[in-house]
Design a protein. Sequence first.
Length: 196
Amino acid sequence: MTQAVPPEPVWPFVGVLAANGAALDCARKAVSLAMGSIGLEAGPFSFHHTEYYARETGPSILRLFFGFTSPVSPDWLAGAKTRTNELEAEAARVMASAVSGGWPRPVNLDPGYVTPAKVVLASAKDFNHRVYLRDGIYAEVTLRYRRGSGGTGRYEAFPWTFPDFAEDRYHPFLLRLRGFLMRQRAAKTTARQGAG
């Protein structure tokens, strides 16, 4: 019988959609205070892939990613999504209209993580490709990593992958996080072998 073993650590990040640059700055401060040190950023990118968020966040949405400085257990994800939901609500309450642009949801925060094989995002919405975690939070494998020739690799989308993630604009950031994770795992393996 196969024995259950603890999961390997993963590398966490938060994706941000914001009404403007001032809202991004507020999101950066809130995320770093509540969730840990930010070690890598990517963006801002223009976000034009759907009108879904326009009513709450405005017509000129910016996308930014925050990568954290150390790995976590994959069970971090559900609690992280619950916390980012709280941060969104706090941001909507405390941001002056000059900062938020008057939009009711000035920031949208979506945590995720990178493993050697995939990128996983959290969601509060169920769908046929999502798996329930806890506390009303689901997980979705959004991208898969495919090793190429010469040791390089790339991310590939699924039919359900969000259009902005399916593009390759974010992939260099995600590949860097994957690189951090792979180096950290290699260092742990070397340390174990040295102690053996």
